[in-house]
Design a protein. Sequence first.
Length: 221
Amino acid sequence: MTLLVATGNAHKVGEIRAGLGLGFAVLSQRDLGIALEPVEDGTTFAANAAIKSVSWAAHLSAVGDVFGIDYVLADDSGLEVDVLGGAPGVHSARFAALDDSRPGNSADAENNAKLLRLLAGVDPADWTARFRCVLALTPVLAGVGASDLRARTRWFEGTCEGRIRPQAAGAGGFGYDPLFVPVGESRSFAELGEVIKNRLSHRGQALAALRAQGNLPMPLF
């Protein structure tokens, strides 16, 4: 089964490859050499994941897929901090950029700094949070339009409960990993290492849900 992971984030591609394991050939946007950047204007992780997976699947279905891709898999994920009403949520990657309407994503350090500024003065006991991931899986079907492809899309969700720590710790991971400590651990995602993080993480849980489906049906052309 050959999947295209619809993201330019090399960290996510690596985690998805590790999480899917044997039985899947995983390609990234860089492997295809195609620049396609759909506008992620959905208000939920599921909506944004589907925007990416359907856009890529429709493109490949229309132009002719010479890469042998069976499905497009898109991830939309982020951090939800309870005392902030679930923020940064779907805006996790561009949390700091929202302050001055900059286009594109913010640097990880900027996003982490903004999060800690917003939590200053709040009792650290209330810094509960979770990472949430939604995967959208869309088949590549020659001659099938975007609306029909979306109707055939499936979603898989995973969450990881935890808390925010007052100082960043660890050199691994990416995004908010240095600030997030999962339940049952004393170390941040950035300190735990790839193997442990991938087992506990929101993305790991969503990938486990996908794997639990067994062998995916081959798309019918």
